[in-house]
Design a protein around this ligand. Structure first.
Ligand SMILES: Nc1nc2c(c(=O)[nH]1)N[C@H]1C(S)=C(S)[C@@H](COP(=O)(O)O)O[C@H]1N2
Ligand SMILES: [Mo]
Length: 385
């Protein structure tokens, strides 16, 4: 058996050309840019403090940005795989050992490529795992995915800057042009360069169509891999069931009491008391950070009405706690603009029926333009901060 490392010259397919790589690279760059920008939005929406308040309108804003985030990430997977395939013979280029200055430059460029490739794979992998709610790691997903995003985008900018002359030239010419090809890359294969590109676009489109139904209702039927489909009580999927969240069911029944606190003022409400207050109906989405979203018709008490009952002035942040004592997401903070928005409800019903236990019975928060993770279910305490 021959155990020598491959050399650049061993890779002879003419498909592995900068003319191909640049064309895939553009779309990959667009996907990464969308992921980065929408990721910043999502990160900001979940930040523990916000110098500039995240807006409550449009109510579907976060649904769109987060749907784009996950969809662009999914589209990027086939693009990245083919892109890496076209360029990886470069990995075996012999470094110019004689010339120290050139060697240093080449080493710097290779290091930036190493960061870019590692960060890109890491982002797509952790992102996909997060949408399937499978966390085979112990680090915090959100802060790590966010930190590595900066690495990826930084290395991408460096990469584009370094390659700009080649990219420009490759895109200016025909895809079959060979100007920038390695001298060995001449072997024809069954697939033409155009064929490879078409196959790549198709793979990307299939990846999107089979998953995007988790946010785009029209695609629900074709999205066989949509991790969470449109099913669930009231047409809204269930993210974490009451059993999974460790909710003690008996505490959601007749003895349930909601406490609303403002300074020394404290009021309690049974579910019947809440039903007796003026009811309002809003159509608002649950937009999970994991990429699925669904619109629901929610009915319940305006949060602002409850705050008025304990004489809380407008412009105050509000802490929400739930019956959930284990795992994350049992509490959240409503910033003042969310607390005061008339569309923010303490929902009692979904689609004309009392909330299902798994949707947060007896009552849950539903606010416009808010990441799903903060639409706290099984609310039992509302405290003006
Ligand atoms: N108490 C509590 N509220 C919660 C959660 C939770 O785990 N516990 N999950 C959140 C997440 S991540 C989402 S996306 C929404 C989903 O709401 P649904 O299950 O009713 O669709 O609820 C949010 N509210
Ligand atoms: Mo979520």
């Amino acid at each position: 058996m021959n155990l020598r490392l491959p050399a650049e010259g061993d890779f002879t397919s003419r498909l592995r050309s900068p003319a191909v790589a640049a064309r895939i690279g553009i779309w990959l760059g667009i996907c990464f840019a969308i992921c980065f920008l929408t990721g910043l939005v999502s990160h900001y929406a979940q930040a523990p403090s916000q110098p500039v308040p995240f807006p409550t309108s449009p109510s579907w804003g976060y649904r769109v940005t987060q749907g784009l985030h996950v969809t662009a990430g999914v589209a990027a997977v086939p693009l990245l795989l083919v892109k890496l395939w076209t360029v990886y013979p470069r990995l075996f280029t012999r470094p110019p050992l004689g010339d120290v200055r050139r060697l240093a430059l080449v080493a710097a460029e290779r290091a930036s490529i190493a960061v870019l490739v590692a960060a890109a794979i890491f982002q797509l992998f952790t992102g996909l795992m997060n949408s399937t709610q499978w966390y085979p790691w112990s680090f915090s997903f959100r802060s790590t995915h966010y930190g590595v995003a900066w690495l990826a985008i930084g290395a991408l900018v460096v990469h584009i800057a370094v390659k700009l002359p080649v990219i420009r030239d490759a895109l200016g010419g025909d895809v079959d042009e060979t100007t920038h090809d390695r001298p060995e890359a001449t072997e024809e294969s069954v697939l033409s360069r155009r064929g490879l590109l078409r196959t790549t676009w198709l793979a990307s489109a299939v990846a999107v169509l089979t998953t995007a139904g988790a946010t785009v209702p029209l695609l629900r039927r074709v999205s066989v891999f949509g991790v969470t489909t449109g099913d669930g009580p009231g047409g809204v999927p269930i993210n974490r069931t009451a059993a999974e969240a460790g909710i003690a069911v008996e505490r959601t029944q007749e003895t349930f009491l909601l406490t609303v606190v403002h300074g020394g003022t404290e009021m309690t409400f049974s579910r019947e008391d809440l039903e007796a207050l003026p009811q309002h109906t809003e159509v608002l989405p649950i937009a999970c950070v994991e990429g699925w979203s669904a619109s629901g018709t929610w009915t319940g008490v305006r949060l602002r009405d409850l705050l008025d009952l304990v004489e809380a002035p407008p412009g105050r942040d509000v802490g929400i706690s739930s019956l959930q004592t284990q795992y994350a997401f049992g509490t959240s903070t409503l910033w003042d603009n969310f607390a005061d928005d008339p569309r923010t409800l303490l929902a009692l019903d979904l689609d004309g029926e009392p909330l299902a236990l798994d949707h947060g019975y007896p009552c849950r928060i539903i606010a416009p333009n808010r990441p799903g993770v903060r639409q706290t279910k099984w609310v039992e305490r509302i405290e003006v901060l």
